[in-house]
Design a protein around this ligand. Structure first.
Ligand code: HEC
Length: 139
C-alpha cells in the first residue's frame, strides 16, 4: 500500500517537473519571439512597436532614450501635440507634419536648448511613419 502510494507520488512529481520545464522553455521562446525591445509595461499598436524597433535599429534611442524618455536629445514621451520652442524664438506644435520634418530634415527646425545637432538618417517613408506612430503613442 505504502509502496503503491509512493510510486503514485513519484509519477505525479515527474509530471509536475515536466510541466514546469515545458512552461519555462515556452516563456523563453515567447520572450525571444517578441524581439529585443519587448517591454510588457508599454502598450503599443503593431505599427508603434515596429517604430520602436526602427528607432532602436537606427540608433535614435541613443539620444532619445529607449523608452523615448530623452537624454542628449529631447524626450519623445509627451511630445506629440505639445508646443515646442525653437532656437529662433518661435514655437511650433508637434503635429504629424512637424514630427515628419524633424526626422527628414533635422537641421530645418532646431529645438531650443540643445547644443548637439541631430544627425541625418536614412529612414524610408514607411520607417518614418512607424517611428511617428511610436512617438505619438508615447504619452
Ligand atoms: C546624436 C543624437 C541624436 C540622434 C542619434 C537622433 N537625434 Fe533626434 N534630436 C536630437 C537633438 C539634439 C534634437 C533637438 C535639436 C534639434 O531640433 O535638432 C533632436 C530632435 C528630434 C525630434 C524633434 C524633437 C522635439 O522635441 O521637437 C525628433 C522627432 C527626432 N529628433 C527624431 C529622431 C529620430 C527618428 C532619430 C533616429 C533616426 C533621431 N532623432 C536620432 C539628437 C539626436
Amino acid at each position: 500500500m505504502a509502496r503503491e502510494l509512493s510510486a503514485r507520488l513519484e509519477r505525479l512529481l515527474d509530471v509536475t517537473t515536466r510541466v514546469s520545464l515545458v512552461s519555462s522553455v515556452l516563456a523563453v521562446v515567447l520572450a525571444a519571439g517578441c524581439g529585443g525591445v519587448s517591454d510588457p509595461d508599454l502598450v503599443l499598436s503593431p505599427l508603434g512597436q515596429q517604430g520602436r524597433e526602427v528607432a532602436a535599429d537606427a540608433g535614435c534611442t541613443a539620444c532619445h532614450g529607449d523608452r523615448g524618455q530623452g537624454s542628449v536629445g529631447p524626450a519623445w514621451a509627451g511630445l506629440s501635440g505639445a508646443t515646442v520652442e525653437l532656437d529662433d524664438g518661435t514655437t511650433v506644435v508637434a503635429d504629424d507634419a512637424y514630427l515628419h520634418r524633424s526626422i527628414t530634415d533635422p537641421a530645418a527646425e532646431k529645438v531650443t536648448g540643445y547644443t548637439i545637432a541631430m544627425p541625418d538618417n536614412a529612414l524610408s517613408a514607411d520607417e518614418i511613419d512607424a517611428v511617428i506612430a511610436y512617438i505619438q503613442e508615447l504619452e
